[in-house]
Design a binder for this molecule. Structure first.
Ligand SMILES: C[S@@+](CC[C@H](N)C(=O)[O-])C[C@H]1O[C@@H](n2cnc3c(N)ncnc32)[C@H](O)[C@@H]1O
Length: 248
């Protein structure tokens, strides 16, 4: 069982792969898409949950998603078919950092995928390449709620310089030429729901499939993740989602 299969099982009950509640996702999409956006791109879309929601809520919108995970994209396609929005969704199996398109987009999303670009500012640089004049970016990334200790860094497999605190994170985005027009900081409740779903879905699958060759690996991955979270980065890793426009 590889990392992608583990991630797929772990997201069974929380398909948005970020610590965000359903009503938060809806609110962020409302703010980003408004009443005028028609073309939306998601860089690192995973199973295209954001785009499926968006298309179901906005019949005028057409969307494209980019991800390297073929299994996640297949789930996205079948989800879009179930919602009868597949005719307005194009999913590309590609490296988001190298993706090119013949047309610009009114909204560019990238949530939890900054590692694909080498960090938050490179992700924004890529988004800017795709953005139509007057467009909006919806971006979600981590930050440090407090100085990370060794247990937090070990639990995440992260380095201390991977993130900044919230104020510094937003300052860097502003200095890069962006104006936040909305934002959301994930609550502890959203984090706990996300992590309990992640670890619980995976552990449950392992318990229900004791004869599967991947069962022991899945069970161990759930236990390790739970320990890394509860003994490590809970209360230390934050997550901020910003809606941005290019500054004048
Ligand atoms: C934490 S998930 C977020 C998925 C989705 N944005 C969401 O919020 O549900 C990160 C995604 O980035 C994708 N990814 C990682 N590297 C990538 C790359 N170079 N190009 C495109 N996608 C990539 C992964 O396959 C994964 O689906």
């Amino acid at each position: 069982m590889d990392r992608r299969q583990i991630s797929q099982l772990a997201h069974a009950d929380h398909p948005i792969a970020a610590p965000l509640a359903d009503d938060t996702v809806r609110r962020l999409l409302d703010r980003a898409v408004g009443t005028d956006a028609e073309r939306v791109l998601d860089l690192g879309c995973g199973r295209a949950e954001w785009l499926q929601w968006l298309l179901a809520l906005n019949p005028r919108v057409r969307a494209e998603g980019v991800d390297t995970d073929a299994g996640a994209l297949a789930l996205g396609r079948s989800g879009a078919e179930d919602l009868a929005v597949a005719d307005r969704l194009a999913l590309h199996e590609a490296d988001a950092a190298a993706f090119t398109s013949p047309h610009p987009f009114d909204v560019v999303l990238s949530v939890g995928a900054a590692h694909a670009f080498g960090g938050l500012l490179p992700t924004l640089a890529a988004a800017r390449e795709h953005l139509a004049p007057g467009g909006r970016v919806l971006i979600g990334d981590g930050f440090w709620e407090r100085e990370p200790d060794t247990a937090a860094l070990d639990g995440l497999g992260a380095a201390a310089d991977e993130y900044d605190d919230l104020a510094t994170t937003v300052d860097r985005v502003v200095a890069d030429g962006w104006t936040p027009v909305y934002g959301h900081v994930s609550t502890l409740q959203e984090w706990d729901e996300y992590e309990w779903c992640w670890t619980g879905s995976l552990a449950q699958w392992a318990l229900d499939h004791p004869d599967d060759p991947g069962s022991a690996t899945a069970y161990r991955a759930a236990a390790d993740h739970r320990a890394g979270w509860l003994n490590g980065y809970r209360h230390t890793l934050g997550f901020v989602t910003l809606v941005l426009r290019v500054s004048p």
